[in-house]
Design a protein around this ligand. Structure first.
Ligand SMILES: *Cc1c(COP(=O)(O)O)cnc(C)c1O
Length: 375
């Protein structure tokens, strides 16, 4: 089986599994329990993972809040900021190409009385910066713009966007789920206030992620209303017993990504180039790339095969190759991301996403291409 759906999830790294296993069996303690060694061992493991994640993101250790994944982080930050800071005129700004976990959260708070502005995106899914700047002058409560797009791979200029938000004293959140572990991130150098990410998108376990909540310039924690109430874990931001084995795996995946990311990016760029040039030479009459060539996450390619239904194509190759129409979450509906970049529905229905990982090979690309051509 050739796995080309790495934007949906990635295969867990063997080294990650190895460090997780002891915390499922021998070291099963609850890190919130006290005094005995089973508890302190678990607590220390959680704190070591927190440090590994802070190193990957270039933020402070105590700015890392563990959640069950990026969907939860996006919900927690958007709802938690709107609830605490919305006041009489709550106003949320998001891009039209956001992941459904941001988009649907925005629709929910809209149904609860929040004004939501949806920023248009360009033909590759990057937010229109003129509209963004116009919105800033309205002093919205929160602006949420993804760092990298999960269907097109396009990267927004988060350094510029976060700086403008800071200048205008507007809270800024970015869903960085697709870029964490894939591009260099250094939060201490840019004023991103809130960030969401998830371990399973970079060879970690599923069901674990983080909400990064930055401290203010005086070093004081930024408060948001919690989404989940209970025992007060994670400094009251997120109650519930820590998923220790998942947290340990998340930390290890972060450590591996930090040391291997530059090499992985090189491999992915080579694979992407190779794939695109082969596809162009084999299918020049019917092929069009929806994704950009530059300023993107390496390895994500969105391809239109004119006149060929995407679901049928995916089914046809599914015995040997895993590819997708786009987001795993909305596979039954035509992609809102591709609609947001202006594609008519017939072109959306001819589009498939190939998302590679550093573990893929040129041989797999060859096999995929010859399989597509019916050989
Ligand atoms: C996968 C993904 C999510 C959701 O992450 P989960 O941890 O699976 O909830 C959110 N945003 C983006 C951009 C994603 O790619």
């Amino acid at each position: 089986m050739i796995y080309f759906d790495n934007s949906a999830t990635t295969k867990i790294d063997r080294r990650v599994v190895d460090v997780m296993l002891p915390y499922l069996y021998e070291s099963f303690g609850n890190p919130s329990s006290k005094y005995y060694s089973l508890a302190t061992t678990a607590k220390n493991a959680v704190e070591e993972a927190r440090e590994q994640i802070s190193l990957l993101l270039g933020c402070e250790v105590d700015e890392v809040i563990f959640t069950a994944g990026a969907t939860e982080s996006n919900n927690m930050i958007i709802k938690g900021v709107m609830e605490l800071y919305g006041g009489d005129n709550p106003h949320l700004v998001i891009g039209k190409a956001e992941h459904s976990s941001v988009l649907e959260t925005a629709k929910y708070v809209e149904s609860q009385g929040v004004k939501v502005t949806y920023l248009n995106v360009d033909r590759y899914g990057r937010v229109n910066l003129e509209e963004f700047n116009d919105c800033l002058s309205l002093s919205p409560t929160l602006i949420s713009i993804q760092w990298g797009n999960n269907e097109l791979g396009s990267i927004n200029d988060i350094e510029y966007i976060s700086r403008r938000c800071e200048e205008e004293k507007v809270f800024f959140h970015t869903d960085a789920t697709q870029v964490v572990g894939k591009i260099k991130i250094s939060l201490n150098e840019i004023p991103v206030k809130f960030l969401s990410c998830s371990a399973h998108k970079f060879h970690g376990p599923k069901g674990i992620g983080a909400a990064i909540i930055r401290k203010d310039t005086l070093g004081i924690r930024t408060k948001i209303a919690p989404l989940i109430h209970g025992g007060g874990q994670e400094n009251e931001y997120r109650s519930g017993t820590h998923s220790v084995h998942n947290i340990v795996g998340f930390g290890k995946a972060a450590e591996i990504a930090l040391s291997e990311q530059p090499d992985a990016a090189d491999i992915l760029e080579q694979l992407e180039k190779n794939l695109k040039s082969k596809l162009v030479s084999m299918f020049s009459e019917v092929i069009h790339f929806n994704s950009d060539d530059h300023n993107k996450i390496p390895g994500i390619v969105n391809i239109q095969f004119k006149g060929i239904n995407n679901e049928l194509l995916i089914k046809k190759v599914s015995d040997r190759v895993a590819i997708s129409t786009g987001s795993a979450c909305s596979s039954s509906k035509p992609s809102h991301v591709l609609q947001s970049i202006g594609l008519p529905l017939n072109e959306v229905r001819n589009s498939v996403r190939v998302s590679l990982s550093k573990e893929n090979t040129i041989e797999e690309i060859d096999e995929f291409c010859s399989f597509l051509s019916g050989k």
